[in-house]
Design a protein around this ligand. Structure first.
Ligand SMILES: [Fe+2]
Ligand SMILES: [Fe+2]
Length: 167
């Protein structure tokens, strides 16, 4: 049984974000399953998850940049921190054949994602909706002040979600 499965509580009523998040959940489960077979298969699946996460976070970061978030906003900062950990886990496995961190980071990622989706991503989805943001064109129906948001996009900045650790 994977640590994370898709459920209604993860859905944000934002079709593009929800589709990306379902892919994240599926790739994480596929990595857990592959790792149960062999470390090498687990690492191959994990690298696909990392690649997907680069695009996933990049997409949200672009949406935030287009809708008034400052470059150093806390949501984008958390993306960068999580991706750094994910890449370090991959590096340790590839360069030192140390697969321990890979086994430990998967349940951590599952727990982190559940909180992140329900706080920072949920606030971003609401923010995009309120602005009438169209992901296809990058246009908003309402005007936004550039670089004005440093929190998560909610009425008050959500507390930071616990981050996965590599060790
Ligand atoms: Fe997300
Ligand atoms: Fe996010």
């Amino acid at each position: 049984m994977p640590h994370l499965t898709w459920s209604a509580e993860l859905a944000l009523d934002h079709p593009q974000m929800d589709a990306t998040h379902q892919e994240f959940v599926d790739l994480l489960a596929a990595t857990e399953q592959a790792l149960a077979g062999s470390p090498e298969a687990g690492l191959q699946a994990y690298d696909a998850l990392v690649e997907h996460t680069v695009a996933h976070f990049g997409q949200e970061d672009r949406w935030m940049a287009a809708t008034g978030f400052a470059p150093e906003n806390c949501h984008g900062t958390q993306h960068a921190q999580v991706l750094q950990i994910m890449r370090e886990v991959s590096r340790l496995a590839h360069e030192q054949q140390d697969f321990g961190p890979l086994g430990r980071v998967l349940p951590e990622l599952a727990a982190w994602f559940r909180v992140h989706a329900q706080t920072m991503d949920a606030s971003l989805a609401t923010h995009l909706d309120q602005l009438g943001f169209d992901p296809a064109t990058g246009e908003c129906r309402r005007r936004v002040a550039a670089d004005s948001i440093t929190g998560c996009g909610g009425a008050s900045c959500s507390p930071a979600a616990p981050e996965p650790t590599a060790a």
